[in-house]
Design a protein around this ligand. Structure first.
Ligand SMILES: CC(C)(COP(=O)(O)OP(=O)(O)OC[C@H]1O[C@@H](n2cnc3c(N)ncnc32)[C@H](O)[C@@H]1OP(=O)(O)O)[C@@H](O)C(=O)NCCC(=O)NCCS
Length: 194
């Protein structure tokens, strides 16, 4: 096993997700340094190694405040070991900044990895991880209305559109998707349900 991929959180056929490490700073810059990647996720591009290290330290501190098993996960292509992006499963922040009981799944991919089906594959992996490994009953996703690529991912993985909401993050209007475990289970091919 590649030592880069030892503390695996979940896997899909092509992807392996593990906690972020400080040594991921250089690769992380290729993700969060790109203005197109951060365009709809409420942050400015990170342009320096020190800035990326600071972000990774914040991710690590924040993950410790979340229920066990939740957070943002560095996700790699199994075959090449290349960083694909960040897959996340964590409590949604309310407008006041405090965490709600609604658990969000999300996907941030390096631009070079767009168009390969990795976000929908990773999103399906997050659903399986959340419903089976963590035993959650319901998962949510929120998307800025013009972020068509992310809307496509939410629909492709079977999330159900629930209109718009201003309940989360800064109160910005977001498209809201939800799926509960029973609905997800009925979507699975029969052979994979057990
Ligand atoms: C949102 C985001 C993750 C979507 O990435 P994406 O690559 O478009 O989505 P997918 O990985 O599901 O790939 C779908 C595309 O791959 C193609 N594809 C190629 N191989 C595929 C495969 N094996 N399986 C499925 N789709 C495949 C699909 O045809 C589709 O192509 P299209 O864009 O031409 O229609 C990406 O744009 C991103 O990281 N954006 C910046 C961060 C962001 O905004 N995140 C969302 C916040 S809510």
């Amino acid at each position: 096993m590649n030592s880069n991929l030892t503390d695996i959180v979940f896997e899909t056929p092509r992807l392996v997700a593990r906690p972020w490490r400080l040594e991921d700073a250089e690769a992380g810059l290729n993700l969060y340094g790109d203005p197109e990647v951060v365009r709809f996720i409420g942050m400015q591009p990170i342009t320096t190694h020190a800035g990326m290290l600071d972000m990774l330290e914040r991710i690590q501190r924040r993950n410790e405040m979340f229920p066990r098993g939740m957070g943002g996960f560095a996700t790699f292509e199994r075959e090449t070991g290349e960083l694909v992006g960040n897959l996340l499963l964590k409590p949604l922040p309310g407008v006041s900044g405090s965490l709600t009981f609604d658990i969000e799944i999300g996907w941030h991919l390096r631009r070079s990895q767009w168009g390969r089906g990795f976000a929908s594959e990773g999103g399906r992996g997050l659903l399986r991880y959340g419903f089976t490994t963590l035993g959650l009953d319901r998962l949510h996703a929120v998307v800025e209305p013009p972020n068509q690529r992310s809307l496509n991912v939410a629909k492709a993985i079977g999330l159900i559109h629930d209109g718009q909401t201003q309940r989360y993050y800064s109160g910005i209007e977001l498209e809201h998707f939800q799926l509960d475990k029973a609905e997800w289970t009925t979507q699975q091919p029969a052979a994979r349900r057990s």
